[in-house]
Design a binder for this molecule. Structure first.
Ligand code: HPA
Length: 234
């Protein structure tokens, strides 16, 4: 039991999938895992453990934004011995050619957050995904015939960003804007664990296009297949 997670020792698997939305965690447990048991309901941030292809996998909601994911990932790494953490979320694309529903595998995550400054002062740390998980996710996507883009994303503290910082990120090759991966990758490095973020494009920031409920469902399934195959393989 930790401050925000009510699980007992041993109730959480070594590999945890991390959706931002706790109801997504519930949906995944009910639709993709076998024998799933809920281990956390504190603050409605559901966490479940079940099996996929016979291997234990957990799925834990993280909430939105880096301070929120930081709390859950810190506790998973420090108190529950979690070794692999795979964020499954959405992002906004910054290239008008990128379609809703495309899957981005985040190799690295820039950020505008001062969370990194608090740790590193004037030094600029580069939050990076685990290469093994990234390669495995890429290979699994290919096997499943799901196309992916691999590259950097930016984890912003501002969903409603009046400065349009995405334009600068875009000019340096960033593929999508979301709000959590930089802190996840940084904590994985700190605790010597493995992390990856698999992101579905839910909206295009340039064109204003947003996904329909039907698109969200279909593309979500693609992301889940990649994430679960990767979770049980590593
Ligand atoms: N900005 C930040 N986070 C997001 C977005 C966005 O446009 N889309 C999905 N997550």
């Amino acid at each position: 039991m930790s401050t925000h997670i009510a699980a007992k020792e041993g109730q959480i698997a070594e590999c945890v999938l991390l959706p931002g939305d706790p109801l997504r965690a519930k949906f995944i447990a009910e639709n993709f895992l076998e024998n799933a048991e809920c281990y956390n309901q504190v603050r409605g941030m559901y966490g479940y453990t079940g099996t996929y292809k016979g291997k234990r996998v957990s799925v834990q909601g993280t909430g939105m934004g880096q301070p929120s994911i930081s709390i859950y990932v810190n506790e998973l790494f420090q108190f529950y011995g979690v070794q692999k953490a795979i964020r499954i979320g959405t992002c906004g694309a910054v290239d008008e050619k990128v379609k809703i529903g495309e899957v981005i595998l985040a190799m690295s995550a820039c950020t505008d957050s001062c969370m990194l400054n608090q740790r590193f002062g004037s030094l600029h740390y580069a939050p990076t995904a685990d290469f093994g998980l990234l390669k495995s996710a890429y290979d699994n996507a290919q096997k499943l015939n799901i196309s992916t883009m691999v590259g950097s994303v930016a984890s912003s503290d501002l969903f409603y960003d009046e400065n349009n910082n995405w334009k600068l990120w875009k000019s340096y090759g960033v593929k999508g804007i979301e709000m959590e991966s930089a802190e996840l990758f940084t904590l994985a490095a700190k605790f010597n664990r493995k992390a990856l973020a698999i992101l579905t494009v839910s909206d295009n920031i340039v064109t204003g296009e947003a996904s329909s409920a039907e698109e969200r469902q279909k593309t979500f399934t693609n992301m889940m297949k990649i994430a679960l195959e990767t979770a049980v393989e590593n």
